[in-house]
Ligand binder design. Structure first.
Ligand code: FAQ
Length: 318
């Protein structure tokens, strides 16, 4: 049995490895809190990718051309793939996928607040690719250096795909913003509706963030919520200017001393309402997930039966 002194030594050694930028791998010793925090964050990240297929999926049958439809279809499939890599990374920490999905469906586990907003126009598909994937990349580039090996490696591939997603969204926005007056109005409306929710993707202010301090110490997170949000705000200003659209934040202004844009405040009441289940689409998203999961039960049953058959055959041969 391990004594408290053993535990302390293990924790010191663990933190030393983190400080030396060594990756932690599935079979390595790790504190319970580290394991739990990773399972929480990686599984919520996976849920976000999978639930995130729904808003854009809504427009696959309404894309304005065959080319746009093919691109969107492939993007939405990529998001499903990201969910699968991330569930696999979470499973290396010892929690089966079925438990993670049950936690999503019961409302115990969260997913990114942004996916509880409805997609109302084709402009929203542009705004999601540009702003939502854009915000996701800012966060995920930083997570490529996370301390847990499987999560860090998954992020490298995911970032490559997300950058294609961001460009396809921005390309839609360019076409609309430089199109007819009605198309330009559509682009502005989508920007207005998605800008603030995109900023909320980075989570609460650092001073309100329950997990940040611990996650930064363990290098699960490499940059804080506010620092990542500021990066996104700064990179978005020239993109809005290039489109010739109006910035949704009337307080945005360059601060020479800080070397960053100053900005208005997020509506945190809205953020907490959405993450606590009361956004526009929370119920719809989970109901749809449960239905799709039930519809897929026969596939999971067939795979289990097939694997059992293979196992028995191998046993007979042996
Ligand atoms: N939405 O203490 P913190 C994508 C929760 S991928 C909902 O600051 P933490 C690709 C948080 O979970 C987008 N909940 O938490 C795509 C915690 O609740 P808990 C997903 C939020 O973990 C594009 C509580 O508030 N990306 O979009 C949100 O240190 C297009 C306290 O917050 C990731 O998940 C929120 N916005 O920092 C797909 C990246 N913010 O667990 C389809 C990985 C906070 O105690 C289409 N995750 N909460 O019940 C992270 O980097 C972090 O988990 C943060 C939150 C930054 C999200």
């Amino acid at each position: 049995m391990k004594t408290t002194a053993d535990e302390t030594r293990l924790e010191q050694r663990f933190q030393q490895r983190i400080e030396q930028e060594q990756k932690i791998e599935p079979k390595d010793w790790m504190p319970d809190g580290y394991r739990k925090s990773l399972i929480r964050q990686i599984s919520q990240h996976a849920h976000s990718e999978v639930i995130g297929m729904q808003p854009e999926g809504n427009f696959i049958t309404r894309a304005p051309s065959l080319r746009r439809k093919a691109v969107l279809l492939s993007k939405v499939q990529d998001e499903g793939g990201h969910g699968l890599y991330l569930y696999s990374a979470a499973e290396t920490l010892g929690t089966p996928r079925s438990e993670l999905i049950a936690a999503l469906q019961s409302g115990e586990a969260k997913y990114a607040s942004i996916f509880n907003y409805p997609t109302q126009s084709w402009g929203d598909i542009g705004a999601i690719g540009w702003l939502v994937d854009g915000a996701a990349i800012v966060n995920q580039i930083s997570l490529q250096r996370t301390s847990y090996g499987p999560y860090a490696r998954g992020m490298v591939r995911i970032c490559k795909e997300e950058s294609f997603h961001q460009r396809q969204g921005y390309e839609i926005m360019i076409a609309l913003a430089h199109g007819s007056p009605a198309q330009k109005r559509m682009a502005q409306d989508s920007l207005n509706r998605f800008y603030w929710p995109a900023l909320m993707m980075f989570g609460p202010h650092d001073s309100e963030s329950a997990h940040s301090a611990r996650s930064m110490q363990w290098k699960i997170k490499r940059e804080t919520n506010d620092d990542l949000r500021q990066k996104f705000i700064d990179q978005t200003v020239p993109q809005i200017e290039y489109l010739g659209l109006q910035h949704p934040d009337s307080e945005i202004s360059w601060n020479e001393a800080r070397g960053h844009y100053d900005h208005g405040e997020i509506d945190w009441n809205e953020f907490y309402a959405v993450i606590n289940g009361n956004g526009h689409c929370n119920r719809q998203r989970i109901t749809h997930h449960i239905r799709a999961h039930e519809d897929g039960a026969w596939v999971r049953d067939a795979i289990t039966a097939h694997n059992e058959k293979l196992r028995k055959r191998a046993q007979q041969v042996a």
